[in-house]
Design a protein around this ligand. Structure first.
Ligand SMILES: [Zn+2]
Length: 155
């Protein structure tokens, strides 16, 4: 599950081991687990992306069974620290959150929120949106208008 590609194979996406471990830790296994989420930090190589780190829920975030609302505090501090320490190589690339479903799909709220976040990006790049389900991941490259390409595992 480390390597993913868009269906046309033009863009590759790689998750570091520690990113996948973070996702695993927050999978909504039990009936009472709440949604979790955070930022995706990584490096860009042309159209390809390597996700180095996923920030984890803070005490300020609002976590419910079917909703995760990320608050800026905490996440942005980590993003800025990583950006500075890596001399601008590791930066904000997108967002992740969990869903209590095996094969996750974005809700209407997810899609409108992603579009809003994508439009806010200062570098004009599409935003990577990941949903962590109980059995699989959903990953989409969201432009500020319309829907973007979806990634599928390479192996
Ligand atoms: Zn969602």
């Amino acid at each position: 599950m480390n390597s993913w590609a868009t269906t046309d194979r033009r863009a590759l996406l790689h998750f570091s081991e520690s990113t996948l471990e973070t996702f695993c830790r927050y999978v909504q296994v039990s009936d009472t687990d709440c949604e979790a989420g955070g930022l995706l930090l990584g490096s860009v190589h042309g159209v390809h992306m390597i996700i180095e780190q996923a920030t984890t829920p803070t005490t300020w975030d609002k976590r419910f069974r079917y909703l995760f609302e990320r608050m800026p505090f905490g996440h942005e501090t980590i993003a800025l620290a990583r950006w500075t320490a890596s001399h601008g190589i590791v930066r904000y690339l997108g967002e992740w959150h969990t869903h209590p479903e095996d094969d996750p799909h974005p809700s209407d709220l997810d899609i409108s929120e992603w579009r809003r976040l994508s439009a806010k990006r200062r570098d004009g790049r599409p935003m990577l949106a990941v949903i962590v389900g109980r059995k699989s991941l959903y990953a989409e490259l969201v432009p500020n208008l319309g829907r973007g390409p979806v990634f599928a595992p390479v192996e």
